[in-house]
Design a protein around this ligand. Structure first.
Ligand code: PMP
Length: 370
């Protein structure tokens, strides 16, 4: 069996571990950038009533038309732009790769034979850009961010773009796991220098006031990707891509039929019609982010990086990240340990903003451990 597996599975896949999610039962969960708030009982009842008529025996509407209409209105999507739904934005990242990847094909001739079809992004960044590129057989170039504040190193980035000629460039705005929002002028320089598509990933848009959505159409190679995960609907798995219709028509061709299931379509449509509830939760998270940042900053030996997302990156004293992570876990608090994942994240932990009492428990445990 092993011999057959070795023969059939590509070495780069053999070398991987499956995506690991740590066990979180019974823990205060501050590891995954989720919204900690639940819905009021009355809204839950109304939602369950809305699900009563969902036809489970039928396949979903293939492109989720009702949901698309509601999304357009709720998220103020420009009417001349196309919209494509994914099973989380992870699936959209996969669709983008499948659309442009050109795995080595000895039969390929003509103008596309010598095209470089890699992915470029800024590191440390969201790992799925690189992972999905690897699944699709695409090269990945990660340009290091500036070490002191994780801003864009523009000369290095423009140089890397010129050399790699990437088909896809991902810019997370704000960035995960660093939490900062890149300079918009730097982003524009990258969009203008890019030989291929630039996807501005606005997964954390509920927590910042800046967006590229209104700039769509200014450049033919700009797409904006978003998700409902961080606004309080992570369990539904729904992401959306916005951009020029001609691009989205192509990407739509690699979408699996019925990729957004009936329960997600119905629940997201319902939720977006009650978006005010989630907007209120988002406001509370933003206020808590300020409190948490101030509390972390008061501990002298910590460095908290300013965040426009729903998490805060913290650098702890040298050599302490692993013990602080496990100490917090023993005290019932799960965060993300980034130490060892990238040279620029040495001694770094990422803390998702939780409920006020969860953040207070974190601060008490952290103070105790330090
Ligand atoms: N983009 C960024 C920058 C993220 O941090 C995440 C989630 N961690 C995603 C996309 C994926 O979100 P989704 O839940 O929609 O797959």
């Amino acid at each position: 069996m092993k011999e057959l597996i070795d023969r059939l599975v590509r070495p780069e896949i053999r070398a991987l571990n499956a995506y690991h999610v740590p066990e979180a039962a019974g823990l205060i969960k501050l590891d995954a950038m989720e919204n900690p708030y639940v819905w009021p009982e009355s809204l839950k009842t109304e939602w369950l009533d809305a699900l009563r008529d969902v036809a489970l025996n039928r396949y979903p509407d293939p492109s989720g038309r009702a949901l698309q209409e509601t999304l357009r209105e709720a998220m103020e999507i420009p009417s001349d732009m196309g919209l494509l739904l994914g099973n989380g934005s992870d699936e959209l990242i996969q669709m983008l790769a499948l659309t442009v990847a050109q795995p080595g094909n000895p039969l390929r001739t003509g103008p596309s034979a010598s095209l470089r079809t890699g992915i470029l992004s800024l590191d440390p960044g969201f790992v799925m850009y690189r992972m999905i590129g690897l699944f699709a057989g695409m090269d990945y170039v990660g340009v290091p961010l500036q070490a002191d504040d994780f801003s864009i190193d523009l000369p290095a980035t423009l140089d890397a773009i010129a050399r790699a000629q990437p088909a896809l460039i991902y810019l997370a705005y704000p960035n995960n796991p660093t939490g900062n929002r890149f300079d918009a002028d730097d982003m524009v320089r990258i969009i203008e220098a890019a030989p291929g598509l630039v996807i501005v990933d606005e997964a954390y848009s509920p927590f910042t006031d800046s967006s590229f959505l209104g700039l769509l159409g200014d450049w033919p190679n700009l797409l904006v990707m978003r998700t409902v995960s961080k606004m309080g609907l992570a369990g539904l798995r729904l992401g959306y891509l916005v951009g020029p219709p001609a691009w989205l028509q192509e990407i739509d061709k690699v979408r699996l039929p019925y990729n957004v299931n009936v329960l997600t379509q119905a629940s997201a449509t319902f939720a977006l019609r009650h978006k005010a509830v989630m907007d209120e939760q988002t406001r509370a998270i933003r206020i808590e982010r300020t409190h948490l940042f101030e509390s972390l900053t008061r501990i002298e030996c910590l460095h908290a990086y300013p965040s426009e997302a729903n998490f805060i990156l913290v650098r702890v004293p040298e050599g302490r990240a692993d013990s602080l992570f496990s100490g917090l876990r023993e005290r019932g608090i799960l965060i993300k340990n980034l130490h060892g994942t990238h040279p620029l994240l040495r001694d770094c932990l990422r803390i998702t903003v939780g409920l006020p009492e969860e953040n207070a428990a974190l601060m008490a445990a952290l103070t105790d451990l330090l």
